[in-house]
Design a protein around this ligand. Structure first.
Ligand SMILES: O=c1ccn([C@@H]2O[C@H](COP(=O)(O)OP(=O)(O)O[C@H]3O[C@H](CO)[C@@H](O)[C@H](O)[C@H]3O)[C@@H](O)[C@H]2O)c(=O)[nH]1
Ligand SMILES: [Mn+2]
Length: 445
């Protein structure tokens, strides 16, 4: 039976031990900063009094700094989603998602790492025909393009494997690093080992090409996209390179079980040495424009290439907030905390950012929401494109079918979209002034 539609899609719980934390906080302020100073007031000597005053003012300054820290820890709240209600209410009538992955340098950000992030997202537990993934390569590297081509082939095996055995996480590298080889179930064990071998072989191929430093001729012949590098002078000086590696509209774009694959696009926006490219903000702006013509999904997820997704239900979690009938319209973006894999055992330098991710961001949530942390974040497209929030106004945008019914073939689409990623698009144009600047600023660059 269909569930009554007024049940919320998520709930908010406040942190339980708030009282203890607040009493502890107040006791510090009162006892150290005031009580101690007042009880130990020096009697007469001016020098002593001055020193006392100096210490008192330093403590006041420290208290102010400490107060700012406490504000963001004062009232943390934690949210829980009801994905079952989302599925019951909407079934597969869910919005399209455009996913933007950014990479900038094939040496610092090796192509195998980049495609692991890409594969972890392609394997989301979400209808593939509703997902379009754009890889922005600011390194303009044919090695990264080659790795993405390999990933597009590997995904035909990887997606059914993830689906059938319901594995987590869905970055192959992260999965095979931690997973224990199954031995009891022979079918599972065979599939597991052959998938592992398939992944290792792909990784070896990519790494040997990266070591070679150029794409061998036999590989170049495998895809027309490599021809684009014939006219690119360098990584900092080239025309837009845009290749649709998987076209979700194509009936042949299916995995080895006949299920559709997500659209997969490689984009290296135009770069010219005399023009500023605005780093990641510039890349995001270019992807917003290009994707608006190819898929135009109402929700956009952006991910840094070194942050694979460790939960295949992330899209459904995010939609529980954005599609909540009661207050979904008041939520502009939903972001996930960052977790770090490669931290030393004792994490001397707090590199895992536990306090920020587990306390402070939750504390800011109750004060109107934290700032945008730049990765693992779902935005409404219209929020990024300048829609102003008005209290009480309702938007139906997530329920519209935004998918453009473009009939053009993938290669025609590639050509018509290229000007959208040219350096000149933002120079002295309305788009440049009104939309792109705000996005670049919100990324602090
Ligand atoms: O010209 C550039 C430079 C960087 N990037 C990408 O931007 C992302 C973040 O850059 P990184 O050098 O890894 O910066 P971090 O300090 O790790 O990033 C943090 O800080 C950035 C802003 O200061 C945010 O945008 C990031 O999301 C946040 O993780 C990476 O995927 C890069 O590939 C580009 O696409 N183009
Ligand atoms: Mn980073």
């Amino acid at each position: 039976m269909a569930e009554k539609s007024n049940l919320p899609l998520f709930e908010t719980k406040v942190f339980k031990n708030r009282l203890i934390f607040r009493l502890y906080t107040l006791s510090i302020v009162i006892s150290i900063c005031f009580y101690f100073r007042i009880l130990h007031l020096p009697d007469s000597k001016t020098a002593e009094k001055l020193a006392w005053l100096g210490a008192f003012f330093s403590e006041l300054w420290f208290t102010f700094y400490w107060f700012i820290n406490i504000v963001v820890r004062w009232n943390p709240s934690y949210r829980r989603t009801f994905k079952d209600r989302l599925s019951q209410r909407y079934g597969n009538v869910l919005p399209g998602i455009d996913i933007f992955v950014c990479t900038a340098d094939p040496v610092i950000e090796p192509p195998t790492m980049v495609i692991n992030t890409v594969l972890s997202i392609m394997a989301y537990n979400y209808p593939s025909e509703k997902m379009s993934l754009y890889l922005s390569d600011d390194g303009g590297s044919d090695l990264t393009f080659y790795a993405l081509l390999e990933a597009s082939r590997f995904s035909k095996e990887w997606l059914p494997f993830c689906r059938n055995f319901n594995i987590e996480p869905r970055s192959p590298e992260a999965y095979f690093r931690k997973a224990v080889e199954p031995i009891n179930d022979s079918l599972w064990s065979n599939e597991w080992s052959s998938m592992k071998n398939l992944y290792e072989d792909m990784k070896k191929r990519i790494e040997s090409v990266a070591e070679l430093g150029r794409i061998p001729d036999d590989i170049r012949e495998q895809h027309k996209g490599f021809l684009e590098w014939d006219t690119a002078s360098s990584q900092r000086d080239h025309q837009t390179i845009l290749q649709i590696l998987i076209d979700g509209r194509d009936a042949n774009a299916v995995d080895n079980e006949g299920q559709p694959l997500p659209t997969l696009v490689y984009l290296a926006r135009e770069k010219r040495p005399q023009f500023h490219h605005h780093f990641k903000g510039g890349a995001m702006n270019a992807m917003i424009r290009v994707s608006s013509r190819i898929s135009n999904s109402p929700v956009i997820l952006n991910v840094d290439c070194d942050m694979y997704s460790n939960n295949s239900d992330s899209v459904r979690d995010a939609l529980c907030f954005l599609m909540d009938e009661e207050i979904g319209d008041e939520i502009g973006f939903v972001q996930f905390p960052q977790c770090f894999d490669n931290i030393t055992k004792n994490d001397l330098y707090s590199s895992s950012l536990n306090v920020i991710m587990q306390v402070e961001i939750h504390g800011m949530d109750n004060n109107g929401g934290p700032g945008y942390i730049g990765t693992g974040c779902f935005h409404r497209r219209e929020t990024l494109c300048g829609r102003k929030y008005k209290r009480g106004s309702k938007t139906e945008s997530l329920r519209w079918d935004h998918r453009l019914r473009i009939q053009d073939s993938a290669s025609v689409l590639e050509e018509t979209c290229k000007p959208l990623a040219s350096y000149g698009y933002e120079e002295n144009t309305e788009w440049g002034k009104e939309v792109s600047l705000s996005l670049s600023l919100s990324l602090y660059i």
